[in-house]
Design a protein around this ligand. Structure first.
Ligand code: NAD
Ligand code: UD1
Length: 341
């Protein structure tokens, strides 16, 4: 009995594969490497001292999926495969709708064909209304403002309809807040292509000398120090949330939607200070204009995750920074430099 992981070689997928292997699950994994490298999963196997089954393939390829389901005894699926860059989704929306939405439909069709109806799906806090400045609950207003976010909401709605049409489906859509950090070994972590869009990998690359200075996008938000506040969550906590969701689905029916966050907001300046404190590095920065599309504050009400999944985040900002730095300093070029292992 195996768990199928789509997009397994990516940032969150690789950490989740490791936690699945550590917990004793057999894992069948695939990725098309559009945003990742095989090296991440090679390291996962080393860390777990166990193998997984890996195939290269695309989630939109029904014949590829049918082959996987016919050859392996898959009992549930964790679905990470998708594109995730907001700016790119605005420039090439059809690519995003095709990859994210069509891929999620193809996956559910083939699962249905093989009567595998337990699914955990990666959604995002980006589906919520950007104007919401309060702690965000799962029933807060939904209003994504870019094609990436809309693709996630569309998939949620498609899966909602699917679960309503057939009571055998058990689906968890997990809305992640801001995943950061890395496995404590420093062997796997986040390896963005080009210049990072997100704050933590940007800070780490400044610290390691790949980038010279951080631009802080706006200091006039109505927040504790004027900079944007987010709910950063350690990627290992997030990975464990998927194991908790898999378990919870055994006794739930239909579709459940759950926030995965810590419930604590942290501003950009607070994160810079925490990183400096955790690593002893100085992060040079200057304040620039707000980034279009950014919101002031976004943090989770994580109480449903605790009551429904029995899960809560346990790592604090200090650990997130230490682990992000361990990964970055051991792998200054990410998986591009594989000679360390
Ligand atoms: P990632 O890009 O590191 O991982 C996604 C993986 O999916 C990559 O390895 C990529 O090569 C693969 N992939 C993409 N399209 C594919 C396809 N058609 N077929 C097979 N594989 C494909 O991203 P991540 O940060 O690990 O995110 C995983 C999921 O979580 C994504 O769906 C993302 O939208 C969602 N999410 C991420 C964040 C975040 O900040 N990292 C936040 C909220 C939600
Ligand atoms: C971004 C995405 C969101 C996605 C999330 C994943 C945008 C508009 N939103 O959200 O859809 O779900 O990543 O984690 O891209 N910041 C700086 N300087 C930087 C980078 C970021 O000051 O170089 C600030 C931002 O203004 C924000 C905070 O840091 O206040 C966090 O930014 P980021 O890591 O990009 O995450 P989100 O904006 O939450």
């Amino acid at each position: 009995m195996s768990i199928l992981v789509t997009g397994a070689a990516g940032y969150i997928g690789s950490h989740t594969c490791l936690e699945l292997l550590n917990a004793g699950f057999d894992v069948v994994a695939f990725d098309n490497f559009s945003n990742s490298k095989m090296e991440s999963l090679i390291r996962v196997e080393k860390l777990a001292a166990r193998s997984l089954v890996f195939k290269q393939g695309d989630v939109r390829d029904r014949a590829f999926l049918q082959d996987l389901f016919s050859k392996h005894n898959i009992t549930a699926v964790i679905h990470f495969a998708g594109h995730k860059a907001v700016g790119e989704s605005i420039r090439t929306p059809l690519t995003y709708y095709d990859n994210n939405v069509s891929g999620s439909i193809a996956l559910a069709e083939v699962m249905s064909e093989f009567s595998v109806k337990r699914l955990v799906f990666s959604s995002s806090a980006t589906v919520y209304d950007a104007q919401n400045n309060l702690q965000i609950r799962e029933d807060s207003l939904l209003r994504p403002i870019n094609p990436y976010g809309r693709s996630k909401l569309m998939i949620e709605q498609i899966y909602q309809d699917l679960a309503a049409s057939d009571t055998q489906w058990k689906i968890a859509t997990l809305r992640y807040f801001n995943p950061v950090g890395a496995h404590e070994s420093g062997m796997i972590g986040e390896d963005p292509n080009g210049i990072p869009n997100n704050l933590m990998p940007y800070i780490s690359q400044v610290a390691v000398g790949r980038l010279s200075e951080l631009s802080v996008f706006g200091s006039d938000y109505p927040t504790i120090d004027g900079t944007g506040v987010r709910d950063y969550i350690h990627v290992v906590d997030l990975a464990l949330g998927h194991l908790a969701a898999l378990q919870a689905l055994k006794s739930c029916s239909g579709l459940i939607t759950v926030n995965l966050g810590t419930g604590k907001g942290c501003s950009v300046l607070e994160l810079i200070r925490a990183f400096e404190h955790a690593t002893g590095r100085v992060i040079p920065y200057h304040i620039v204009e707000r980034r279009p599309g950014d919101l002031a504050t976004c943090y989770a009400d994580p109480s449903l995750a605790e009551s429904l999944l029995g899960w809560r985040a346990k790592f604090d900002i200090n650990t997130m920074c230490q682990d992000a730095w361990r990964w970055q300093s051991k792998n200054p070029q990410g998986y591009g430099n594989v000679s360390n292992y």
